[in-house]
Structure formats: C-alpha cells, structure tokens
Ligand binder design. Structure first.
Ligand code: NAD
Length: 509
C-alpha cells in the first residue's frame, strides 16, 4: 500500500507528524519514546481532554497487559460454562445499567469527543438497543441445529466461543462501536478485554462499569487502559484468542501484518472509507442536499461511513451545489453543550485539525477549487467549519480517508463514469446513489464495490438489523452489526448416536 490510508493530512502536505502532541493541553500522549520509557519505568499515563475547551477530562495509568490477560484467561472457563440464558440475562441487565446512567454516559461521550449532546444521547440509545439485536442475531446466526439422520443418528451444529477476545475501540463512537463487539462476544461465551481509545478512556471506563454493575465481573468484561502500545501488546499476546478492531486502515493493516502468521487467531478489522455519493437526475434538490450535508458533515465528518467524494452529474451540478453550499453555510458548529444545540462539534484534537487544514490546502494547491473554505476560527481549538472543494480538475486525487468535515466534489457526464469514479478507491465501505431511475440504481448496486450501497439514503447511520462492514481497505470480510455473532463463535459439526453402530461394507477378506 502506498502511504497512509487514513489520515487527517495528505502525504506531501506540510502536516505535523502522526505522533501525539506535547503538553499544550491538546495532545493525548507523550511521544513514542516518552511512552516507551514511561512504560518500562512505571506504566504510561493516559490523559484525555475535551476537544471543545482543551480542559482535562481524565487521567490514569495504562494497564499492565500481562496481568489483564492472565485475569481474563482464568475467568473464561466459568463464563463459557454459564447457560446461554444466563449470559443473555446479564447483558439485558447491562442495558438497564446503561439506561440508569444514560445522562452521565452521554455527558462523558460529549465531553471526550466534542460531539453535541443530542448526538451523544443517540449513541447511548444505540448502546442499549444493541443488546436485543445481538440476542436476536445470536439466535438466528449461531443457533444450535440438529439434522436427523435416520439410522446414522443425529448431525448437530453448535457453536463455541473463541476464548479471550481483545476489543480495540476508536474515538469517534467510543461507546457504541466497541459495544457492538463486546455484547455479541459475551453472549457467545467469550471473555472480553476492552481497550478503549486513548482519546476516550473515561467513556470506556463508565461503559465497563455498567457491565460490571450488571453482574458481569471485572474479569469477564475487563477494561485495559492504554494507547497503541497496549493495543500492540494485546494483539501480540499468546493468550489472546482474537482481536476485534474498529479504527483506521493504517492500524488495521499493522494488526493484520502482525497476525499474518497466526491463522489460529480471530481477526476482525472494521476500518475507514473514502466513500462516494453519486447524484443523478432528481427533481428533489432540497432533499438531495440534506442527504449530502448529513452524510458529509454529521459528527464533523468523523464517521467511517461519511461521504468524502460527491460525484455529480454535470447537468445537475449548478443546482445541487448551490443548494448544498447554502445548507452547509447554515450549519452551526459549536461546543457540545451550547444552546441552541449545534449541528456538529469540533474534530477530536488540534493535531487532527492541523492535518485537515493542511490537507485542504494541499487539495487547493493541486488543482482543487474551493466552493466553501475550511475555516478554523480559533487556532488553539480544533473547531473546523464544513468545507467543500471541487477536485474534478485534479490529476491525482489522493485516495485517503480525510477524517473530518471536507467534502470533495467531482463532476461527471455519464453514469458509467460516475460508477467508475465511485469505485476509484482502495476502500469499499459505503456508497449511495441520490436520484436516478430504478434501472440506474440496479446498475449502481451491481457495479459499486462497497459493503453498504444505498439509494436516496445517507451513507451514515447503518441499520442495526443489517451487517456492517466493507471490502478493500475497509475491512477483512468479517462484518460487524447483525453479523457480529458469526465472528464471536466458531461452528462445530458433530455426528452423534447413543451406541456405536458400524460395519465394514466392502473390501474385507
Ligand atoms: P486508530 O486506528 O487510531 O485507533 C483505534 C484503536 O486501535 C485505538 O484503541 C488505538 O489505541 C488502537 N491502536 C492504535 N495503534 C495500534 C497498533 N499499532 N496496534 C494495536 N492497536 C492500536 O483509529 P481512531 O483514530 O481512533 O478512529 C478513527 C478511525 O476509525 C477512522 O479511520 C474511521 O473510519 C474508523 N472507524 C471505522 C468504523 C467501522 O465500523 N468500519 C467505525 C468507526 C470508525
């Protein structure tokens, strides 16, 4: 792969490095060297900050990974031996604990990520709703099956848990996304080590506490505080049976490489996207603009399924882009608890904001034409305005995931060209067609390479009742969502009969 796939800074743009910042209140960890020495002397300190203010939210020591894994290993047999009904009951109690702490959890999510409070509340609802969905999915996808086989007895298909699973979470939905792995993993009889993003440890801690208060012990669902170093230690640990990862393609590829000689481990990689939305003939320009703006700028563009590239039919271009710009101009960006509520908050930190700014300038200086400039009202905070840039004239558009509020627009003349443009990426997470006829949608669906292909719907907010995953650099063909049950347990086929019954039919002397 050439260069980083997920970034806030296009390679070649004079962006700051990928190491975290120093003590200016906006960095998250020390440099790699500082982290290394702190770990060997005593464990590294993890600190999270409010993107909206720079204020410290949480501070604590990184976990000792060997200890955490040993505790999980000891807890696994008893948890796996619990009846399925008990494990289901306990995750339902977890949902109740989250309901009780809903305000607190939403507040901490909003503080640590900077997303508006209304959006943090939706994330909490998603955490709760995931429980019943996961119970249904377990029953449907990994239920026990018995096939009667007359004289041969029974052929049974049952599922077993893998053992100790490490869940590595991203910062953008720091409760809902790890939870989408944790709940199905626990139902299936695995014990879980949950390492939240180093940018959202307080959210992770509160989520883990809800599991523990529900009666799922701190050894069965255990939190491991840490950053990349602790993530690497979990991935490399011999006593970890699987890694369920949601995060950037760069990290996912690193994990994949690390485990390339370990086919025995379950590896689930949910990664980013460079998602396209194609706009074709439609009289409903206002609705189209709302779909585009939601898809590109919700969560300040910090969604894996966000639209990065808008592919617009030439004949529609002026009308669509005028409406999109006018709507984007009206979006309020502000702090999570502002009243009236903003549409979107800041990006996660100053490093991300610097990188996105440099990336916008890179696009501008390589043939892009700004339709709406990226504006950063305060250099010391990571608030960024929505931005739109026409990159049709660019020779080589960098195929990277710009994880922020930057929408690139490409103008095309015919539908085949639009599909080719949508597929012009190494990623394959989400794509959407807005407008067009049923025949055009059929063609779009059949020819677009992505795990989510929508029609007249945003690319974001996929359904819980559906699988969620991508191809290319977006995932390793193990979708989460409704299909998470599949990777949380392995099938065992058993031919069974109460007494031995056999004879050799051919070839006896
Ligand atoms: P990230 O890759 O930086 O970090 C994710 C997790 O991996 C964190 O817990 C981090 O500490 C850990 N980690 C980092 N380096 C590691 C290493 N070398 N070994 C093991 N663990 C390591 O991702 P992020 O910036 O927190 O999240 C944003 C990214 O996540 C975006 O690319 C976004 O598209 C993606 N994402 C994907 C989905 C999906 O479902 N496909 C959903 C949300 C976010």
């Amino acid at each position: 792969m050439d260069g980083p796939a997920t970034t806030t800074a296009i390679e070649g743009a004079a962006a700051p490095g990928q190491t975290a910042a120093g003590p200016d209140g906006h960095g998250r960890l020390g440099t790699a060297a500082e982290r290394g020495s702190a770990r060997s002397a005593n464990r590294a300190e993890i600190v999270s900050f409010e993107p909206a203010t720079g204020a410290e939210v949480w501070r604590g020591k990184a976990s000792d990974i060997d200890d955490v894994v040993a505790r999980a290993r000891r807890a696994w047999p008893a948890w796996a031996a619990q009846p399925l009904s008990t494990r289901m009951e306990l995750v339902r109690r977890f949902a109740n604990e989250v309901r009780k702490d809903a305000d607190k959890l939403a507040t901490i999510i909003a503080r640590e990520t900077g997303k508006p409070m209304w959006e943090a509340r939706i994330e909490v609802e998603n955490v709760v709703n995931k429980v019943e969905v996961s119970i249904r999915a377990y029953a449907e996808r990994t239920a026990q099956r018995k096939l009667d086989n007359a004289l041969q007895g029974t052929m049974a298909v049952r599922h077993k848990p893998h053992g100790v699973l490490a869940v590595l979470g991203p910062y953008n939905m720091p409760a809902h996304l790890p939870n989408s792995h944790i709940v199905p993993a626990l139902i299936a009889g695995n014990v879980v080590i949950f390492k939240p993003s180093e940018k959202a440890p307080a959210t992770g801690e509160l989520l883990a506490r809800c599991f523990n208060r529900a009666g799922i012990s701190a050894a069965v669902c255990q939190i491991a505080i840490g950053g990349p170093a602790e993530g690497q230690a979990l991935v490399a640990h011999d006593d970890v049976d699987g890694v369920l990862f949601t995060g950037s393609a760069n990290t996912g590829i690193t994990i994949n490489r690390k485990l390339s000689s370990r086919p025995d481990k379950m590896v689930v990689l949910e990664m980013g996207g460079n998602n396209a939305m194609v706009v074709w003939d439609t009289p409903k320009i206002t609705d189209a603009a709302a779909i585009i703006v939601q898809s590109a700028f919700a969560s300040s563009g910090q969604r894996c399924t966000a639209v990065r590239r808008l592919v617009v039919k030439s004949g529609m271009y002026d009308a669509v882009m005028a409406e999109v710009k006018s709507l984007a101009d009206r979006l309020v960006f502000g702090a999570p608890f502002d009243e009236p509520a903003p549409f979107m908050g800041p990006v996660i930190d100053n490093i991300a904001a610097d990188g996105l700014t440099e990336s916008f300038l890179y696009l501008l200086s390589h043939g892009g034409r700004a339709i709406k400039h990226l504006v950063r009202p305060n250099d010391s905070l990571p608030f960024l305005s929505p931005s739109i840039i026409d990159t049709t004239a660019m020779k080589d558009r960098p195929d990277v995931e710009l994880f922020g509020p930057i929408l690139q627009v490409i103008r095309v003349d015919d539908f085949d060209e639009a599909i080719a443009e949508a597929n012009n990426t190494r990623f394959g997470l989400a794509a959407s067609l807005v407008g067009g006829s049923p025949q055009e949608y059929n063609k779009f669906w059949a020819n677009t390479r992505a795990g989510i292909v929508n029609w007249n719907r945003p690319t974001i907010s996929p359904s819980h009742a559906a699988p969620m995953g991508g191809i290319g650099l977006s995932g390793n063909h193990r979708p989460t969502g409704y299909y998470a049950a599949d990777y949380c347990a392995y099938p065992v086929a058993s031919g069974e009969i109460e007494q031995p019954r056999a004879m050799i039919g051919v070839g006896l002397r």
